[in-house]
Design a protein. Structure first.
Lengths: 509, 164
């Protein structure tokens, strides 16, 4: 059955062609801010009706893998996450591009995306039943604590300025409260607006805060921007990362892959949570934690490995339990159902050949992705040589297009503008915008699960302290919040001491 | 204004705005404090936490700013000619983007994008360095190419506006 499944993909030129096309289109969708994996799969789902099951599903899976990986391109080059999964990639990929290492950053991200993807495929093949039963142990409280743990990435980002970072995070969480509340469906902060009833969409918030605010800032700092030296991007060999750096980071790649797979299998959590959790973990275990957020290759590796590792993990509950863990997984599941395949515990018995065909597709799509993105790498880097005065207006047009295309409503585009303006003022007041986006993305899941958990436990919070999974997340969260803050305070003290030491001789003079 | 705000003034002003915002969020949240389901936390708890936390954190920042006696922190800097031109350029871009966003549906993708690109490229290029042919080429070709790609190739719907 296994060999038959592998053969059904590898011996079919049409299937290989569909995977190739899917990966390419996925990369394009992922790299354009606003266009997401969900949109790519949604757009091509009707096209698969007339195809054989394996060809149709292969096309959709390839689109998914290409789009998740493509998000790294705009995240590094433009500091705009192409997909929510790439939000964390911006923190270190952007600064690396600023210092002329765009090629190295993209090359490394492509390579680790591939490794994360392949490790997740291996997990998908050999551990599906075990992983699925692990996911079933999670009740609402476990999910809530898992998301809370992912939120600790805010502490990593705000170590030196905890007050401003927390203000930003709470502002983002507040934005997520606008619209229909979970559980009761009460409309909050939008009593008269039908557009706001569903709350703000992630794409306008993400693009507004990251892209539009920076583009507006360019206009207000125009003279300073003109005086900045032109950054020359260093030529790269291979994937940019040296063998020594790669070997040095193997432990981190494995650690991030495991986090990505484990988070991927939890329905409703997603690639962004995996990347954020992996980033926090990498900072805590790093020997150079102070470099995180300033162009750390470890931060980049942690984010990109984990978000691609979630792709295989996300398939586990969908295939083995029939629970789609994300929007994309739900579309892939409908793709299977359309072709008469019912996901669930019996799927390996009823459609074993197709299952192993899907696993082969995942592996092949990852291989196509790593080759295709490497070939396109010089073209991506070339984008940085376009003068900013030309590039930025074009980016605005792409952002507007991406925002509009998500739901086909102008309201999203208007929201994007207002979030851009808000982000601009926050930046002007030295309030970092990244915690706001993270708070916005994660808070709805946290609120839903914590409230459901409390209702299920009849008002008791005791499970938070008695469930081993909750306890592990709780203890880890405390550690992960405390360490960056302590490090931040220490480095500030050391900085002050150094400044004091430097001033003393001049005072004596 | 002849002078820019000092860092201290900017911090005080931004803290006051944030305190006001936090208080307003908290007060509005109180209206959601209705128990609709047994043992539920109510719809008010998370926005109340956010409003309260923003107000408290901004107040801490305000006190910090008021107590900071550093002369450099309170020093005002005179606005240069460059600063004024940058402010105009920035404000012009904000206004232009606002017009673009609001005319997107009524005027249509192609025309609103072409006008936006032309004006924005002009604003973001220094006077002596403007290349009109390139500006016009980008402004005209970019929206048409994107329209063809999204509407014809990818089957998306974009606002046609007055051309429709």
């Amino acid at each position: 059955m296994i060999l038959e499944g592998i053969r059904s993909v590898l011996l079919s030129p049409m299937c290989i062609l569909f995977i190739f096309i899917g990966v390419f289109i996925g990369i394009v969708f992922g790299s354009v801010p606003g266009l997401s994996a969900v949109m790519a799969v949604c757009l091509f789902l009707p096209l698969t009706y007339g195809l054989t099951p394996i060809n149709g599903i292969s096309l959709l899976c390839a689109l998914y893998i290409g789009a998740i990986s493509g998000g790294l391109i705009s995240a590094i080059l433009l500091k705009i996450p192409g997909t929510p999964s790439s939000i964390v990639t911006v923190f270190d990929g952007g600064p690396m591009a600023d210092r002329g290492e765009a090629g190295k950053a993209i090359g490394t991200a492509i390579l680790v995306s591939f490794i994360g993807g392949i490790i997740s495929v291996i997990a998908l093949i050999f551990l599906s039943p075990v992983l699925a039963s692990f996911a079933l142990k999670f009740t609402s409280f476990e999910y809530a604590m898992c998301v809370f743990f992912a939120m600790t990435v805010i502490a990593v980002l705000t170590g030196k300025q905890p007050i401003l970072g927390l203000i930003s995070a709470f502002f983002g969480i507040f934005l997520s409260c606008v619209g229909t509340a979970p559980i009761t469906s009460t409309v909050r902060f939008a009593p008269t607006s039908s557009d706001l009833m569903g709350g703000f969409d992630t794409i306008p918030v993400m693009i507004g805060f990251f892209a539009i605010s920076e583009i507006l800032e360019y206009g207000f700092n125009f003279s300073k921007e003109q005086k900045k030296p032109v950054i020359k991007t260093a030529k790269i060999r291979g994937y940019g990362i040296t063998l020594k750096e790669f070997v040095h980071n193997i432990r981190l790649i494995i650690q991030s892959s495991i986090i990505g797979i484990v988070i991927g299998i939890l329905p409703g959590i997603g690639g962004n949570t995996g990347a954020m959790m992996s980033y926090s973990a990498a900072q805590i275990t790093s020997k150079k934690p102070e470099e995180f957020g300033h162009g750390s290759i470890e931060g980049l590796i942690a984010s990109e490995t984990a978000n691609n590792a979630t792709t295989g993990g996300a398939m586990v509950p969908m295939l083995t339990l029939g629970i789609p863990g994300s929007g994309t997984a739900a579309l892939l599941m409908s793709g299977l159902i359309i072709h008469g395949i019912q996901p669930g515990p019996m799927i390996f018995k009823t459609n074993g050949t197709l299952m192993y065909g899907i696993f082969t597709t995942f592996a092949l799509a990852n291989i196509f992705m790593v080759i295709m993105e490497r070939l396109l790498l010089p073209l991506f880097v070339k984008m940085l040589s376009v003068p900013k005065n030309i590039l930025l207006p074009i980016v605005v047009v792409m952002c507007v297009l991406g925002c509009y295309s998500a739901n086909h409503i102008v309201f999203d585009v208007i929201c994007m503008f207002f979030f851009g303006l808000t982000g601009f003022f926050l930046r002007k007041w030295k309030v970092p915008v990244a915690p706001a986006v993270i708070g916005f993305v994660l808070a709805p899941t946290f609120e839903r699960y914590i409230r459901t958990g409390i209702i299920n436990e009849r008002g008791s919070l005791s499970r938070l302290f008695t469930s081993p999974i909750c306890l592990v997340f709780l203890i880890l969260s405390v550690i992960f919040i405390a360490i960056p803050i302590v490090r931040g305070v220490r480095s500030r003290k050391a900085q002050k001491a150094a400044e004091g030491g430097a001033e003393q001789p001049s005072q004596e003079e | 204004m002849k002078f820019k705000f000092s860092k201290k003034e900017a911090d005080i002003l931004s803290s006051l705005v944030l305190i006001a915002f936090g208080v307003v969020v908290y007060i509005i949240s109180m209206s959601y404090n209705i128990v609709r389901m047994e043992n539920d936390l109510t719809d008010a708890w998370l926005p109340k936490v956010c409003g309260g936390a923003i107000a408290i954190l901004a107040a801490v920042r305000l006190v910090g700013a008021l107590l900071n006696k550093d002369a450099n922190y309170a020093k005002r800097v005179e606005r240069s000619a460059e600063d004024i031109s940058d402010t105009l350029r920035g404000a012009g871009s904000v206004l232009l983007l606002l017009l673009y966003v609001f005319s997107y549906r009524s005027v249509g993708f192609i025309i609103s994008t072409a006008v936006y690109l032309f004006v924005q490229l002009t604003i973001y290029t220094e006077k002596g360095k403007r290349h009109w042919l390139l500006t016009v080429a980008i402004s005209v070709l970019m929206p048409i190419l994107l329209y063809l790609l999204f509407v014809k190739a990818l089957n998306y719907t974009l606002p046609t506006g007055i051309l429709g």
